[in-house]
Design a protein around this ligand. Structure first.
Ligand code: ADP
Ligand code: MG
Length: 367
């Protein structure tokens, strides 16, 4: 697969204030990437630089093999084959649905056919003559998507496209958008602060923290093999428990020895924090390891329990909901974590050493 977008050592921002620093990522043609992070971390700034609305301070941006931005050079937005979809739809209020979609099509003789096809694709064929104010939010966002796709962009950028929509519609539209982009083979970068949305739509997700990309990876790897404590706590739920590294792949904790499929390079005996997700802890009546239930949230198919160990350490765990436990009950538990995720404990020697490296981890399993 060829690369559609490549960012190399990209820094950008406003005046000389760098908002985004040393960003590297590449997107394969036909893939959907996502920039995920809390508000204010630089996601929109990065998209605006890719679209050509902001000059860049260092590095370069390459689209389909052509450099479109480098310091001192910014190819004009209209000369980049990049489409954009915004949070507030930004439709032309005085144009109807079909006219909005046809707006950016260059080959006018094909405009009608392209518009018709796209409206079918986004399931709005029957509303072609309506005006934006006569549509729901979800319908307006579908028009915006069709309009952005009409000129056949090499890359589509979507900035928080679902955040004006509510829960159920938001979920449905995010799945639809993925199907539409995949059906057309359109490469895209989505920006969101919502992890569920990022995972529903994207092949690769980049977790942003204050203008730095902490990890660019598949949703599976971000969840099971986070490379930094920030990614570990930003993605999914989980608790850290303190442990001691016994061997590269084994940590001694109050839950016993936990052995995983990763090898750590810190010295034997190093203090580490081990990440335990709710699905890493399973109920096991025959286990000698006991925990007390101190909280409970019914989720439907499963129940999320907050557990307390004899030492006072708390964890969360998901059990199938047919076995109903009450707060105060004692339950047997077992650790089922093949993905052993550990970080040097704050302030430990391993933490000091790790500061110099990006991470002390080697993956044992292949990617
Ligand atoms: P996000 O999209 O992740 O919420 P932004 O990229 O919009 O974040 O903003 C990142 C940082 O850049 C913020 O600190 C914000 O205040 C700053 N910023 C955004 N736009 C401008 C601007 N036009 N001029 C100066 N600073 C800006
Ligand atoms: Mg933003």
């Amino acid at each position: 697969m060829s690369t559609v977008l490549q960012l190399r050592g990209l820094s950008c921002g406003y005046h000389t204030h760098k908002v985004v620093q040393a960003l590297d990522l590449h997107l394969k043609a036909g893939d959907i990437g996502c920039l995920l992070g809390p508000s204010g971390c630089g996601k929109t700034t990065t998209l605006r630089a890719i679209a050509g609305f902001e000059p860049i301070l260092t590095g370069e941006i390459e689209l389909a093999g052509e450099v479109i931005s480098r310091p001192g050079f910014t190819l004009a937005p209209e000369k980049r084959r990049i489409g954009m979809v915004f949070q507030d739809y930004a439709l032309f209020p005085h144009l109807n649905v079909a006219q909005n979609v046809a707006f950016g099509i260059r080959q006018q003789q094909d405009a009608e056919r392209i518009t018709q096809d796209l409206l079918e694709l986004v399931k709005l064929g029957h509303l072609a003559k309506r005006y934006p104010h006569e549509l729901s939010g979800g319908q307006q966002q579908r028009v915006a998507l069709a309009r952005a796709l009409a000129p056949s962009p090499q890359l589509l950028l979507l900035d928080e496209p679902f955040s004006n929509l509510d829960g159920e519609l938001r979920r449905r539209l995010s799945h639809e958008v993925r199907e539409i982009l995949k059906a057309r083979g359109t490469s895209a970068i989505l920006v969101t602060h919502d992890q569920e949305e990022a995972f529903a739509v994207s092949d690769h997700v980049g977790v942003f923290k204050s203008g730095h990309l902490e990890q660019w990876d598949t949703p599976f790897n971000l969840y099971h093999e986070p490379l930094t404590p920030f990614v570990a706590s930003f993605i999914g739920q989980g608790y850290f428990i303190r442990g001691q590294l016994r061997s590269p792949d084994t940590v001694q904790t109050e839950l016993g020895e936990i052995r995983g499929n990763r090898a750590y390079t810190w010295a034997q005996g190093s203090a580490v924090d081990v990440l335990l997700r709710p699905d890493d802890i399973v109920a096991d009546e025959s286990s000698a390891l006991k925990a007390r239930i101190v909280g409970k949230t019914f989720l439907g198919a499963a129940t999320l329990y907050r557990l307390q160990l004899p030492t006072g350490t708390q964890l969360e765990s998901i059990f199938p909901s047919h076995a109903d436990h009450l707060p105060g009950d004692e339950v047997g538990i077992r650790i089922a974590a093949d993905h052993l995720v550990a970080f040097p404990a704050q302030g430990s020697v391993a933490a000091q050493i790790s500061l110099g490296e990006s991470s002390g981890v080697r993956r044992v399993s292949s990617d």
